[in-house]
Design a protein around this ligand. Structure first.
Ligand SMILES: Nc1ncnc2c1ncn2[C@@H]1O[C@H](COP(=O)(O)OP(=O)(O)O)[C@@H](O)[C@H]1O
Ligand SMILES: C=C(OP(=O)(O)O)C(=O)O
Ligand SMILES: [K+]
Ligand SMILES: [Mg+2]
Length: 584
């Protein structure tokens, strides 16, 4: 594997394997090529079906022969739903080389041309995020059109997410187009009133009740610590404040209020979804976006309300992600995770409401709860913040990204790095390489945490499906399987396999396009749309054949197939199986 110029590095005694730095791909690698994955000696084992409460679970190990499928079935050729990025990655790196951690890019003026978007898609963007705080309806509409075009015409599979503005107290006007410096001891006037022209030392806040309940002596903190002011006088609805900790005031800076070292929780008076948010949500529904990220969620009811609203308005299933970005949301974490389709750890605003040193442990806690409850989790904000300005990340940023990957977050998100920074593609490649590297390390060192297996649903058929997925993941690791295939209509089986974070990639075959786009946020899952028939054996044979004729799978590869047939009008039994197939 090592070529001339490669650097062989041995880590003294602690780590058994030799690591080789591959300059071309920029990664340290251990010998993990497909051919080197442990050869399997599979015998024709056939375990009979065991009946459990009316459901049949079959486990079989066999040898797949391609002989039965005719090679000229044209409709099958066209049905290979691989996206172009996975296909290239698979050809270049093999099954184990496929990246597991998903990547979300915030789209902004720096990356909104079709050409820029294509480069991000090619660079591994799984989800494009539109932050409704910024820009116009027309701009967002144009973006949706461009992403759809790339998917339809260029074979990408990029999901769309809109992110609501939400209710939050922030600066509207601070008297300058960009940053203003607040000097120690300077006195500033905080008001909700709009003012014309320049009025030095005046800050306009967006919410008229911003000073309600605030007392002389309280503190106003900008952006979680950029600058701090002490309230010296209340003037009607306004405040006169003195700068006690000098710093930079940014446009739209977030304001938080503190008393005796504790946050004065103020967001409770603001609705989670404003009239503008509802209008943005209607826009998202009419454009058929895949995810709606809901800012400043404070309880499960808000999530349930939005989910109900969507189900009455949209025939398509749209995933609601709850953004955890307030103290109140942390108090109600479990119920919010349970009510939502996924979570975004919005560290930007979270860092305004809780002390910064608590962010790492809170992040670990949230990722843990999400995995227990089988909800995808996105780690967001400031991952590579310095790259908004510089073409290279800090070592600390790379360490932060690696930590999120080590925690098995489903996805990582870029904000300003892609939206306004000139190095968006480079930032994306840093995420890509850093995640691949940490995934490899976790796998080799077998750092997999033992997952406390919550039963996700109380009903028996669901528990059986859970256990099949858990066992499938364990089998895949123990047998050194190359790839897991799962047939899944709503994505549930694929998500439960993913939740186990198995070593091989998970190819999820579904007949629902919305399921495919939702699975784009799931760790380790490559979702594909295929025609699924009730004949599960036929589905399996067809998909293996498709991959084989496209050169993506070869003789000797081993695939673990998980299938799940739900009763239809013609078949009354639930038939679930795990099969191990060696391609021959
Ligand atoms: N659609 C957009 N149009 C213009 N600027 C944007 C857009 N989306 C994001 N940005 C810019 O990128 C920065 C980072 O994005 P994000 O983290 O989503 O927003 P914010 O910082 O407002 O929470 C924003 O502060 C804003 O300057
Ligand atoms: C992702 C976040 O939300 P937004 O960018 O919408 O403020 C955050 O606060 O970290
Ligand atoms: K937002
Ligand atoms: Mg936020």
């Amino acid at each position: 594997m090592a070529a001339v110029g490669d650097l062989a590095v041995k880590f003294g005694g602690l780590i058994k394997k030799e690591r080789v730095f591959d300059f071309k791909n920029g990664v340290f690698g251990a010998p993990t090529k497909r051919s080197e994955v442990c050869a399997l000696n599979l015998r024709k084992l056939r375990a009979g079906g065991s009946r459990i409460g009316g459901a049949q679970a079959v486990m079989q190990v066999g040898v797949e022969s391609d002989a039965g499928v005719s090679r000229d079935s044209k409709n099958l050729e066209g049905a290979l739903g691989f996206d172009v990025v996975t296909e290239v990655e698979l050809r270049e790196k093999g099954f184990l080389g496929l990246r597991k951690t998903k990547l979300v890019c915030t789209i902004g003026p720096a990356c909104c041309s079709l050409d820029d978007l294509e480069k991000l898609a090619m660079g591994g963007m799984n989800v494009a995020r539109l932050n409704m705080c910024h820009n116009t309806r027309e701009w967002h509409q144009d973006l949706v059109r461009k992403i759809n075009k790339l998917n339809e015409e260029k074979g990408f599979c990029v999901s769309l997410m809109i992110d609501t503005e939400g209710s939050q107290i922030h600066v509207v006007d601070h008297g300058a187009p960009s940053t203003v410096k607040a000097e120690e001891g300077s006195v500033w006037f905080f008001t909700n009133e709009k003012f014309e022209g320049s009025r030095p030392f005046t800050i306009q806040a967006n919410y008229e009740g911003f000073a309600e309940g605030i007392q002389v002596g309280d503190e106003i903190v900008f952006d979680g610590g950029m600058a701090t002011f002490k309230v010296v006088e209340k003037v009607g609805n306004d405040l006169r404040c003195k700068c006690t900790d000098p710093g930079l005031l940014l446009p739209r800076a977030k304001l938080s209020f503190w008393r005796d070292g504790k946050l004065v929780e103020k967001n409770y008076q603001l609705p989670t979804l404003s009239p503008k948010d509802w209008s943005d949500i209607d826009f998202g529904i009419s454009e058929g976006v895949d995810f709606i990220a809901m800012s400043f969620v404070n309880d499960a009811d808000a999530v349930t309300h939005l989910k109900n609203y969507i189900s009455t308005k949209s025939s398509k299933s749209i995933q609601v992600l709850a953004k955890i970005e307030s103290l109140e949301a942390l108090h109600k974490l479990h119920e919010i995770v349970a009510a939502s389709d996924g979570i975004m750890i919005a560290r930007g605003d979270l860092g305004v409401e809780i002390p910064l040193e608590q962010i790492p442990t809170v992040q670990e806690e949230i990722t843990y709860v999400c995995r227990q409850l089988n909800k995808p989790v996105v780690v967001a904000s400031q991952l590579l913040e310095s790259m908004v300005e510089y073409p290279t990340p800090t070592r600390a940023e790379v360490a932060d990204v690696s930590e999120a990957v080590r925690q098995y977050a489903d996805a990582l998100m870029l904000s300003g790095e892609s939206a306004i920074g000139p190095f968006g593609q480079k930032a994306l490649s840093v995420l890509r390489m850093t995640s691949s590297r940490m995934e490899l390390w976790s796998r080799e060192e077998n750092r997999q945490d033992i997952l406390f297996q919550h039963n996700l649903e109380p009903s028996l058929p669901d528990q059986i499906a859970d256990q099949i997925c858990n066992s499938a993941a364990a089998m895949a690791n123990n047998l050194g399987i190359d790839a897991i295939f799962v047939y899944t209509r709503h994505g549930q089986m694929a998500s439960v396999i993913s939740r186990n974070r198995p070593n091989p990639p998970i190819f999820a075959f579904t007949n629902e396009s919305s399921t495919r786009m939702a699975l784009n946020l799931r760790w380790g899952v490559t979702p594909l749309v295929v025609d699924l028939s009730d004949d599960m054996e036929g589905n399996i044979t067809r998909s293996v054949h498709l991959l084989k004729t496209n050169g993506l799978i070869k003789n000797g590869d081993t695939v673990l197939v998980v299938s799940d047939i739900i009763p239809t009008s013609t078949t009354q039994t639930v038939f679930q199986s795990i099969q191990v197939k060696t391609i021959a």
